[in-house]
Design a binder for this molecule. Structure first.
Ligand SMILES: [Fe+2]
Length: 350
């Protein structure tokens, strides 16, 4: 059963339209960030941060694999892309004292409080993505959504994904917002987003992408980093899941290496840098206390009961799972029921 446009607009549109901001970081902040990224590399691929095996990737995103799912033929090298990531802060802890003032940033806290109309905000993590020309997909995605009691440390991403898309758990959803900023002088590499839901028209944050950012709620808004660089420059022969990207000061260029061997070089002006700063918000003291005291948390059991009841009310024929978190039929039914993707896309339609 396909959800209606109205339902989707209700569930998968952000709390407020994205706010475009110019001049996000000061020159001094940018220089300190860039120096850190140059000095503390080399940096792993985005997928290497999160997955060691294909089985782990599939289990995280789509539930456990069954025998005969056919996923074994695929390796992480087959899906590796030349996009690299480093964490600057996580768990509300900044990893580098020289950028603490950037992570605990009053301006960003004000921006996200204002975006949500919330009283309190706490920075949670900060990361950067760095790349030159490389192949990447056109699939829009949502960032991981979390709920009171159902969070990254205790639950798989597939569960949080279906919970988010179901619209059943809005009261438990952790309020989040991000300030995402780009610096890029090359070709393409824009940001496409669906502020009016997956069936609404997308918008593109276009060039000049220099110290330009958006305040967004990317867990409920489909978005995509558009392919970077000229198409003829995107091949990276020898790229693997374990490849690294590092700055070579003596040459003043960036090198992708696989097992120590340089497979690709980029000039500094070819690099596209994205810095992602994220915060969690509390509407008021009552909501903050509910979160801190865990007085109104969901459990996986309760979430699965609610999802099962909702699927049945939609006419989905699904057996009562005995072990819902590991029942691949139940998980497949959930993912099939709550699979939603944008149907409007100017770039891929072109
Ligand atoms: Fe994202």
């Amino acid at each position: 059963m396909t959800p209606t446009n109205d339902e989707m607009a209700r569930i998968l549109t952000p709390v407020a339209p994205p706010r475009v901001i110019e001049g996000v970081y000061t020159d001094d902040q940018y220089e300190r960030l860039w120096r850190l990224i140059e000095d503390k590399g080399p940096w792993p691929t985005i997928t290497a941060h999160h997955f060691d095996t294909v089985e782990e990737l599939v289990a995280t995103t789509s539930g456990p694999m069954r025998d005969g799912d056919g996923g074994m033929a695929l390796t992480l090298d087959d899906i590796a892309t030349g996009h690299f990531r480093g964490y600057l802060a996580n768990g509300s802890t900044c990893f580098h004292p020289e950028i603490e003032d950037i992570f605990y940033n009053h301006r960003f806290l004000d921006l996200v409080r204002d975006y949500w109309g919330a009283q309190m905000a706490q920075p949670t993590h900060m990361l950067f993505n760095l790349c030159g020309a490389h192949h990447s997909g056109l699939s829009p995605h949502l960032d991981a959504v979390q709920f009171r009691g159902i969070r990254m440390h205790n639950s798989p991403v597939w569960l949080m994904n279906v919970m988010g898309k179901s619209g059943l758990f809005t009261d438990y959803m952790v309020k989040m917002a991000q300030v995402i900023t780009w610096w890029y002088k090359g070709e393409n590499g824009t940001f496409t987003y669906w502020p009016d839901g997956p069936y609404g028209p997308p918008k593109v944050l276009g060039h000049p992408l220099w110290n330009k950012g958006v305040v967004v709620q990317n867990e409920v808004m489909f978005h995509r980093g558009d392919p970077v660089g000229r198409p003829e420059d995107r091949d990276i022969p020898g790229l693997k899941h374990r490849s690294l990207l590092g700055y070579e000061a003596d040459r003043d260029d960036w090198a992708i290496t696989t097992d120590g061997e340089v497979i690709r070089r980029y000039q500094p002006e070819e690099m596209r840098l994205l810095v992602h700063w994220s915060a969690e918000l509390y509407a008021d003291m009552a909501e903050a206390e509910k979160a801190f005291e865990h007085s109104d948390d969901l459990t996986q059991e309760r979430a699965c009961e609610m999802l099962l009841a909702d699927m049945r009310s939609k006419g989905v024929d699904v057996a009562e799972p005995s072990d819902p978190m590991n029942d691949s039929e139940f998980i497949k039914a959930l993912i099939a029921t709550y699979t939603i993707a944008p149907t409007t896309d100017w770039i891929s339609a072109a």
